[in-house]
Design a protein around this ligand. Sequence first.
Ligand SMILES: *[C@@H]1O[C@H](CO)[C@@H](O)[C@H](O)[C@H]1NC(C)=O
Ligand SMILES: *[C@@H]1O[C@H](CO)[C@@H](O)[C@H](O)[C@H]1NC(C)=O
Length: 543
Amino acid sequence: MSTPTFIFSLLLLLPLLFVSLASAANGSWQLLQKSIGISAMHMQLLRNDRVIMFDRTDFGPSNLKLPGGKCRNDPADTALKVDCTAHSVEYDVLANKFRALTVQTDVWCSSGSVMPDGNLVQTGGFNDGERRVRVFSPCRTCDWTEIPNGLAAKRWYASNHLLPDGRQIVVGGRGQFNYEFIPKIPVANTINLPFLSETNDKGIENNLYPFVFLNVDGNLFIFANNRAILLDYVNNKVVKTYPTIPGGEPRSYPSTGSAVLLPLKNLKASAIQAEVLVCGGAPKGAYLQSLKGVFMKALDTCARITITDPNPKWVMETMPLARVMGDMILLPNGNVLLINGAGSGSAGWEQGRNPVLSPVLYRPNNVIGSRFETQNPTTIPRMYHSTATLLRDGRVLVGGSNPHAFYNFTGVLFPTELSLQAFSPAYLDAKFKNLRPTIVAPKSMSGIRYRKKYTFQVTIPGGKVDGNSISVTMFRPAFNTHSFSMNQRLLVLGNDKVTALGNSVYNIDATTPRSGNLAPAGFYLLFVVHQDIPSQGIWVKLS
Ligand SMILES: *[C@@H]1O[C@H](CO)[C@@H](O)[C@H](O)[C@H]1NC(C)=O
Ligand SMILES: *[C@@H]1O[C@H](CO)[C@@H](O)[C@H](O)[C@H]1NC(C)=O
């Protein structure tokens, strides 16, 4: 190659180099699988770094055959009585591989929680699946087991939450203005919750998949439509009624916004504060308009409230992008990622338009007005029935999108999406390698207890480490579907002491949360965060 040609080639390369660096600064996207054969409508990360996904059984044949020539014989199925394809998979994050799982009955628009033992207990669905309870124990060859009539009532579009006593609560669902517990003790029973009928907009609903969070006082914060209550579920008493979000626009399915319990901090304080952030949704009328082919702009506001305040008030903020059907994912460093969804229309078949391709980062600790930052866009629309979940390595796994009743890959505006992608937030950039902690010991912990001090040994390659900017966090992996991550919470343990041992090795002492109200028992991902840059997580079991 002559010198001028060489220089010319270099010049050609420069923009490429620049693009990849620039794209890393606001996060980057990676296609993991072009097709896993099913559309990931529901997702849950389990303690073996595998993600359980499922869609529904009555979509017709999926693109993934059941192994060994197996077929499902289901006379009650509305699409196929004999179906030799899978509607659930287990995705192995570390190997980037997947295998087919077998659901026997319809799991469409259902809900679930991982129990303290690490087993996923899923509840409900549609048709023959509406009262099923299904259990998945994580192991290399395990499959679903199903419990007929495991639920007292049919549950479709309900929300679940794990409780401090180790049971899970199942709240609402279509036509169900009540809740129940799993396991049911001593018998299946439903308990009325008038709040769910009060928030039900006739003919539209706007109160399904309610946003349910366990408050630090052990009561449940339940948000539906445009308002919330604090429920003492033990005595079935509403102990607080929160104001309506200013403007009164609906935020729950099908006017689907999203919500998170913001990271819980200062865990040793006698009174711990808890805040909830609700973002996006569709304005009043959007659902009915979208059925007529008119797609109203999604909501571009978030509402934030301190749910532990004696006199709580919503504080409004404006997002850079309007979003309906978005997901809100807590990141290990305490920031929130808004991802997936549409810029107009509503949840429902073919009812969303203008895919929002760019995620947005929200920094809860910044001053109002400087919290949002738009991230680099994907090329794949993730509309109705898309999902997102945080992985142990800090990436966010994204899948699904199927705004029609079948596996339609052509002839529709937004084809059924079988791919999996990962979004890598900017904290994963190579340029932060000197700041990034690596947890060297322990590699995992099976028996951490409440209110106990533990030592985590990390390496941080960069020269001077500021002990004030090191924090230990614990993340509870969530059951994600329909823009809501059930059980998602992040506990900021901070640090009690940082000891430099030389050679870039540090011991970090941190104290676990004091009770199951703060952190229900079970598996968490524990991270060490240094100057906003998280380590990879380790699995810990809190009991
Ligand atoms: C990241 O995005 C922000 C806008 O949200 C922009 O101001 C900034 O220049 C971007 N950074 C890079 C390196 O692309
Ligand atoms: C979608 O798939 C279903 C079932 O195969 C079929 O009946 C329907 O016509 C398809 N829709 C379009 C728009 O292709």
